[in-house]
Design a binder for this molecule. Sequence first.
Ligand code: NAD
Length: 253
Amino acid sequence: MDINGLSAIVTGGASGLGKATAMMLAAQGAKVAIFDLNEEAGKAVASELGGIYVGVNVADDASVAAGLDMVEAAHGVARILVNCAGVAPAIKTVGKENVPHPLDTFAKTVTVNLIGTFNVISKFSARLAAAEEIDGERGVIVNTASVAAYDGQIGQAAYSASKGGVVGMTLPIARDLAQHKIRVMTIAPGIFLTPMLEAFPQNVKDALGAQVPHPSRLGKPAEYAQLVESIVRNPMLNGDVIRLDGAIRMAPR
Ligand SMILES: NC(=O)c1ccc[n+]([C@@H]2O[C@H](COP(=O)([O-])OP(=O)(O)OC[C@H]3O[C@@H](n4cnc5c(N)ncnc54)[C@H](O)[C@@H]3O)[C@@H](O)[C@H]2O)c1
């Protein structure tokens, strides 16, 4: 799809991979809406790129429905959806002094990363299904999993479960939405230099980068955004997961 002039939504667009994607889409001429819980950062990014910030909790039914109403009123029906909102706790299944993993944290991780992603996909697609086709398709969805879906590390049971769910639902959703001519792809990033990692000391960042076979460094958010652009533009990309990781296979810790 040609991006220019289309209405686009980026969840988690206030920060990191989502922010880089929102900037890329705006630079390509899209009308961008950011769905995020971080109002201050979301508004700052929206004003920088000339789009809108909508305070949305992706895991909440009514919040997503209201957010989609606002986008449609401001920019028209959204054609591009990039799901980047996510949380990443690090807790072992059995912790110190044999304390079990708190169930509420496990549930919250799955609720935001997996159920939240599906919540936005289904509501976005239901509206888009009624829109006109453009050059033989209606729109494109890009989800964000993680290499932790395949090689999750110690402490990543909840995170890996949530991202494994995103990987697993990619093909059936693409099959469901084929009749509506909406494509669905998922990116599984390796280690990217986003605010979460920027706070780490330089020697820790260097050590993480050194684990990547080639290029031996952390990924740049703009490189994630570049793959989103390719996915949106290439009409044959559908129903699959692309690892974007410099060939890293994560060690247990
Ligand atoms: N950075 C990495 O190395 C990396 C690697 C693999 C996968 N990922 C995934 O990429 C995505 C983006 O990661 P990032 O590093 O840019 O993280 P980030 O923390 O910089 O950004 C995530 C954004 O999601 C928002 N968010 C969280 N919960 C939300 C909710 N319920 N509703 C709406 N917004 C919510 C946050 O406010 C934040 O702005 C995440 O899904 C993450 O799991 C990141």
